[in-house]
Design a protein around this ligand. Structure first.
Ligand code: NAD
Length: 477
């Protein structure tokens, strides 16, 4: 179960045993106390601090992530999640008293959060540390045991997590592997399955979980559009877009996928974007320590194929041996081109021209609901139109991606971009059951009136009591 060294894949029969062991640990009550939860969160924080350089190395091996980027988007994000959970755990765990209606009084009612049991976290490769550990923070804060399945496409990070987590955390098992291992995992009964990745596998996960009526959170992807109009501060817009799009070489679920720019803003934006890219990654991004690589050859081939249509503004350069694709901006792309019909998930940014915000709203609404929608505009009416007439997991004005750093905002998709949400309190709620607890004194027995046999006196009393909410019963016969 702990697997401190090679080989990565577990023996098949270990998986059911691992889940059985974790269930026994959960059933023993080990994970419930606040002290246990705090201990796990402290241990996770210590692990990240003490092994920061191992993490940096693994992320570099998997995705050529730079040191600063690793701290900003991976290690730092998890540490912030841990801090936030530690700070608010007592409040989150506290049962919340709620009012009872007059006809049930005297009575007290409260919502009592309780852990779900054994949770499964299935993570993707693009932020292989953060997208494994951020959900785990919620799992532990809510007092659950967990099986964690990192992505096989980020093998160095997966191996590191398999080595470290079971050594430092109680009631956490790591299963390494790919489809075969995940399929076997999904055949087990869990109390919650938390999956981050693409929608095709999301459907497989949901179907497998449904067999045990296990609730799922699906953190999926899709195309996150950007609207830019002429009221935007173009230099800042270009910098924020370039950062959002080219961080991790565009392999980010909330990366701006394509831009819908108004006619008046088109040329200023197309002039500002190359400047922003050059400011960040120099004239040859290949030599920048801050510019990543594509995760594998399959994605490299997929991405280079996406530049076949449209006019190049910048980029278009690639090197298969290094899996390097330069930051690329395209215009005049047909809306039916693959780059506009599938999630790009790489450093290619198509810029399409629209007549105004109404056309942008229609464009967005004609497609799947995005994980994130970004708008760079100071026009209040345009902001309101996007807010009220589109649906997306998140909506961000004048920035990209940074909403993930606000722990009080639930992070998740809607429709094709996912179901459920996490971060901060939302994570705690996702991995907790909100148990309804009602307590009623036995004396006086105020429920006597609703017991049979019913007399005309009890009918008229009940009728009077409920006449406001049930006018038919209150009517005189
Ligand atoms: P991936 O290939 O690493 O797959 C994700 C997980 O699913 C892995 O652990 C993998 O082993 C498992 N898996 C793959 N095939 C499976 C199968 N047939 N049965 C069971 N399990 C299987 O990652 P990916 O899906 O390529 O990730 C990229 C996608 O994830 C993009 O669409 C992106 O937008 C989305 N994403 C979403 C978020 C979010 O927070 N909403 C974050 C990151 C990525």
């Amino acid at each position: 179960m702990t697997g401190t060294a090679a080989p990565p894949a577990r023996q098949d029969q270990d998986i059911p045993q691992a889940v059985t062991d974790l269930r026994a640990a959960f059933d023993s009550g080990l994970t419930r106390p606040a002290a246990w939860r705090r201990r796990q969160l402290h241990a996770l924080r210590r692990l990240l601090v003490e092994h920061a350089s191992d993490v940096e190395e693994a992320l570099y091996d998997d995705l050529r992530k730079g040191r600063t980027e690793s701290h900003v988007t991976e290690i730092g994000g998890v540490l912030a999640e841990v801090e936030h959970a530690l700070r608010h755990l007592d409040r989150w765990m506290r049962p919340r008293r709620v009012a009872v209606p007059l006809n049930l009084k005297p009575a007290t009612a409260r919502i009592h959060p309780e852990p779900l049991g054994v949770c499964l976290v299935i993570a993707p490769w693009n932020y292989p540390l953060a997208l494994t550990l951020n959900p785990l923070v919620g799992v532990l804060a809510a007092g659950n045991a967990a099986v964690v399945k990192p992505s096989e496409l980020a093998p160095a990070t997966s191996r590191l997590l398999a080595e470290l987590l079971p050594r430092r955390l109680e009631a956490v098992a790591v299963v390494e592997g790919a489809v075969e291992e995940t399929t076997l995992l999904l055949a087990q009964r869990f109390d919650h399955v938390f999956y981050t990745g693409n929608g095709t596998v999301g459907r497989i996960v949901a179907a497998a979980a449904a067999r045990n009526l296990t609730p799922v959170t699906l953190e999926l992807g899709g195309k996150s559009p950007v609207f830019v109009d002429e009221t935007a501060d173009m230099a800042v817009t270009a910098r924020r877009l370039a950062w959002g799009k080219f961080t991790n070489a565009g392999q980010t679920c909330v990366a701006p996928d394509y831009v819908l720019v108004t006619r008046a803003a088109r040329d200023p934006l197309l002039a500002a974007l190359p400047r922003a890219v050059q400011e960040m990654f120099g004239t040859d991004p290949r030599t920048s320590a801050d510019y990543g690589r594509i995760v594998n050859d399959r994605h490299f081939r997929r991405l280079t194929g996406l530049t076949a249509e449209g006019e190049l503004v910048i980029g278009g350069v690639s090197d298969a041996a290094d899996r390097y694709i330069a930051p690329t901006v395209l215009t005049d792309v047909p809306t039916g081109a693959p780059v506009m019909t599938e999630e790009i998930f790489g450093p290619i940014l198509p810029v399409l021209t629209v007549g105004g915000v109404d056309e942008a709203v229609d464009f967005v609404n004609a497609r799947d609901k995005p994980l994130s929608l970004y708008a760079f505009t100071r026009d209040k009416a345009a902001r309101q139109a996007l807010l009220e007439r589109t649906s997306s997991g998140g909506l961000v004005f004048d920035a990209a991606m940074i909403h993930l750093g606000a722990p009080n905002l639930p992070f998740g998709g809607v429709g094709e971009s996912g179901t459920g949400a996490y971060h901060g309190r939302s994570s705690f709620d996702t991995f907790s059951h909100r148990k309804s607890v009602l307590s009623k004194p036995t004396r006086p027995d105020t429920l006597r009136l609703i017991y049979a046999p019913h007399s005309s006196r009890s009918f008229s009393f009940i009728a009077r009591a409920v006449s406001r909410t049930h006018p038919l019963l209150g009517r005189r016969r």
